[in-house]
Ligand binder design. Structure first.
Ligand code: PEP
Ligand code: MN
Length: 343
C-alpha cells in the first residue's frame, strides 16, 4: 500500500501513521519527497484496511501496489536508482561496461585481460573464482586464490571488480576481495543466498535465471532489497527457448519491460545471452537502444587458451572494435560511458 500524505503533513504525522502500520505487523516505509511525504506498508493489505488509514486527516490518498514485487517496483519509487560500483556509477544516464574473462585462470591471464579491458574503456572488470559448472569434471575456478589475483589486477588497473558468489558461507571471504557480488543464473532463486547478500551493502549484480520469468527475477531482487541492500543491478543474460541456433535467446523485451516496471538499473550480457561472437556487437547496440544501463562482455587476452567460454570471449582487437562501435549508440541513447575510476 502506498500512502501519500497531504502537503502540510509533518514528520510527526508520518511517524504517527508509521507506528499504526507497525502495530499490525506490516513493514513500514518512510519515503520523504521534495513536495510531500510518501509512506508504504508492506504485507497483507487486508490487515491494513482494518486501520482505515485513508480516514487520517493528514492522508491525501491510499493506493494498493499492484505488482507482486513491491520495493523494487516503480509504483513505490518513480525515479531511477543509481548504484555505486567502486568509484563508478550505473544508472541515471551513466552507462557501465563490465568486461573480463569468464574465470580467473592465472596471474598473467587476469593481469593481461584486465589491462586490455581497461585500456579500451571498460569501467569494471569481471571474472569468476567460484564457477558453477554443468559438469563436475569441468574447471571449477581458483577459489580464494582467484579472488586474490582478481583483486590485485583490479587494483593495479584501478577498476572495480565483480565475481560470482555461490555460497552463503562465502559472503565474508568475498567481501574482502570484490566490489560487487554476482548472483549467477543458476542461483537466481537460491533464496538463502539472496537473503545473505541482502544483509550486506555490497552491490549485487543479479543475473536472470535461464528459465526464470521476469516476475520471478524481480521477486528475487525483492528478496535482496527487502533485507536492506538496495544496491541491485539486474542483468538480462538470455533464456532457454526452443531456438537452438544460438546459446540462449537474449530477451530484450525484458530490458524495456523491467525499465518500465522497476527503478533498478538493467544491464545486458550478450556473451552468454547470444554466445556467438559476431552477434555480440549488434545485440549490444540493440540492448543500448532499448534502454539498457550497461553491458557485461566476456573478453580474454588469449581466448584460444581460455579454460571456460573461450569461444565467445572477445580478444583485444575485437574488444577494441566493439567499444568503438557501441560508443555512438550510447551517445544516441542520451547516456555517457561511466567514468573509469582513475580518470
Ligand atoms: C558468467 O557470467 O560467467 C556466468 C556464469 O553467467 P551466467 O550465470 O549468466 O551463466
Ligand atoms: Mn562465462
Amino acid at each position: 500500500m502506498i500512502i501519500v500524505l497531504k502537503a502540510e503533513a509533518t514528520e510527526t504525522d508520518a511517524k504517527d501513521i508509521l507506528a499504526k502500520i507497525e502495530s499490525v505487523k506490516l513493514k513500514p516505509l518512510f519515503m520523504p519527497g521534495t513536495e510531500r511525504i510518501v509512506l508504504g506498508a508492506l504485507g497483507d493489505e487486508r490487515v491494513l484496511q482494518s486501520l482505515n488509514i485513508g480516514a487520517h486527516p493528514m492522508v491525501e490518498n491510499v493506493k494498493p501496489i499492484l505488482s507482486s514485487y513491491k520495493q523494487v517496483s516503480r509504483e513505490i519509487q518513480s525515479h531511477d536508482t543509481l548504484v555505486q560500483f567502486g568509484k563508478t556509477t550505473i544508472g541515471g544516464g551513466s552507462f557501465l561496461v563490465i568486461a573480463g574473462p569468464c574465470a580467473v585462470e592465472s596471474e598473467e591471464q587476469i593481469l593481461q585481460s584486465t589491462r586490455l579491458v581497461k585500456q579500451h574503456g571498460a569501467s569494471a572488470v569481471k571474472a569468476g573464482a567460484f564457477k558453477p559448472r554443468t559438469s563436475p569434471y569441468s574447471f571449477q575456478g581458483l577459489e580464494e586464490k582467484g579472488l586474490k589475483l582478481l583483486k590485485s589486477a583490479a587494483e593495479q588497473y584501478q577498476l572495480p571488480c565483480v565475481s560470482e558468489i555461490i555460497d552463503t558461507n562465502h559472503v565474508e571471504l568475498m567481501s574482502q576481495y570484490v566490489d560487487a557480488f554476482q548472483i549467477g543464473s543458476r542461483n537466481m532463486q537460491n533464496f538463502n543466498l539472496l537473503k545473505a547478500v541482502g544483509q550486506t551493502q555490497v552491490p549485487i549484480l543479479l543475473k536472470r535465471g535461464m528459465s526464470a520469468t521476469i516476475e520471478e527475477l524481480l521477486l528475487a531482487a525483492e528478496y535482496i532489497y527487502s533485507e536492506g541492500n538496495t544496491n541491485i543491478i539486474i542483468c538480462e543474460r538470455g533464456i532457454r527457448t526452443f531456438e537452438k541456433a544460438y546459446n540462449n535467446t537474449l530477451d530484450l523485451n525484458a530490458v524495456a519491460f523491467i525499465k518500465n516496471r522497476s527503478h533498478l538499473p538493467v544491464i545486458v550480457d550478450p556473451s552468454h545471452g547470444v554466445g556467438i561472437k559476431p552477434l555480440i556487437t549488434p545485440m549490444s547496440k540493440a540492448a543500448i537502444a532499448c534502454g539498457a544501463d550497461g553491458l557485461m562482455i566476456e573478453a580474454h587476452h588469449n581466448p584460444q587458451s581460455a579454460l571456460t567460454d573461450g569461444q565467445r570471449a572477445l580478444d583485444e582487437t575485437e574488444f577494441e572494435q566493439f567499444m568503438d562501435e557501441i560508443k555512438p549508440f550510447i551517445h544516441a541513447a542520451g547516456k555517457t560511458l561511466s567514468e573509469q575510476a582513475s580518470t
